[in-house]
Design a protein around this ligand. Structure first.
Ligand code: PLP
Length: 341
């Protein structure tokens, strides 16, 4: 298959229209067959529930080329089950999990000419999502839905090495204690836009959100979970029911325990213990781990001993092991790598 003429190593993280996307519609209580289509645009009612009341959820995962030339994706079954959890919380119908994985495979296969070659650092980003599509004006869930998956090639997250970032403790909250922080809903992002724009204006890369009830515990950033490393080499990750369960973080916890023999604690992490950690990283599909060098809490700087030049040693080991598993250089646990072709 011939690849598109794209400068893979200079791609950014932006949308580029590709040839095919998958669409399935839910109507009269059932999902239709679903199909690949070429039209990238959507036409719907001006009063669609998604437009008026933000009834929309999404997922994000990547397809990429391994060293031996296969196109694969990473744990898509976990994206399928997380989308199902998100759907239930927003009173949307569940898209069958096996059909989700099949839809992802179909989209990757149909857009294989857009899958970046091995070694470019670029990947094919996949965006499955679902929204309420019929007209709703009195507040209630839609009765018609559309599930779609599109693909867009994206560049390497770190161009020229992973430089540690600086984040601030945010005065804005991301998720209410019994709200929707644990699901991947567009609404969680809408309310984070002001916080991220103001963080950037003040020179910070990201926001660290605290638990809104006590403002003493670390939750996550707008789109990534935290991993910390203690001075004696233990991996610590915050536990809270308003954190989005990152697939990358869950995979890194497994890698830490089973591949690297590290002790892992999933527990509440207090803001005032940050100064005791040796390393800090943000985990998510986009970067796998971005190292954090500094946290600023209202003028008070907390600098991790790993510094502002490179990833801490344990963060780096975690990063290299997981990316090695993803790229087919290190044997993967059963079911983690799904080969598409
Ligand atoms: C998607 C997301 C993450 C990262 O999850 P992955 O499955 O690792 O990509 C973390 N936090 C939030 C709020 C997210 O929406």
């Amino acid at each position: 298959m011939e690849k598109k003429n794209i400068d893979w190593s200079n791609l950014g993280f932006g949308y580029m229209e590709t040839d095919y996307r998958y669409v399935s519609n839910f109507k009269n209580g059932a999902w239709d067959e679903g199909a690949l289509i070429t039209d990238a645009n959507i036409t719907m009612s001006e009063c669609a529930c998604v437009l008026q009341y933000a009834q929309t959820i999404f997922e994000g995962l990547k397809a990429y080329t391994t060293e031996d030339g296969h196109i694969v994706c990473f744990r898509p079954d976990l994206n399928a089950s997380r989308l199902a959890d998100s759907a239930k919380r927003l009173e949307m119908p569940v898209f069958p999990e096996d059909k989700f994985v099949d839809a992802v495979k179909q989209v990757v296969k149909a857009n294989a000419s857009y899958v970046p070659p091995f070694g470019s650092g670029a990947t094919l980003y996949l965006r499955p999502y679902m929204f309420g599509s019929n007209a709703v004006i009195g507040v209630k869930p839609a009765t018609e839905y559309q599930f779609r998956v599109f693909a867009t090639p994206v560049g390497p997250y770190f161009k020229g090495g992973a430089k540690p970032i600086t984040i601030r403790v945010s005065d804005f909250d991301r998720a209410a204690p019994n709200g929707t922080g644990h699901i991947k809903a567009g609404l969680n992002y809408a309310m984070s836009l002001h916080a991220i724009v103001s963080a950037h204006e003040e020179g910070y890369d990201e926001n660290m959100y605290l638990d809104p009830q006590t403002r003493t515990k670390v939750e996550e950033t707008g789109g990534a979970n935290f991993l910390f490393v203690t001075k004696d080499g233990k991996v610590v990750t915050p536990k809270s029911n308003s954190i989005l369960p990152s697939i990358t973080r869950r995979s890194l916890v497994y890698v830490a325990k089973e591949y690297l023999g590290l002790e892992v604690e999933e527990r509440e992490v207090y803001l005032d213990e940050l100064k005791d950690f040796a390393e800090c990283g943000l985990c998510g599909t986009a970067a796998v781990i971005s190292p954090v060098g500094k946290v600023v809490d209202h003028g008070k700087e907390i600098c991790f001993p790993s510094g502002m030049e490179e990833m801490g040693p344990i963060t780096k080991k975690l990063y290299e092991t997981l990316t090695g598993i993803q790229m087919g250089k290190i044997e993967a646990p059963e079911g983690w790598i799904v080969t598409i072709e």
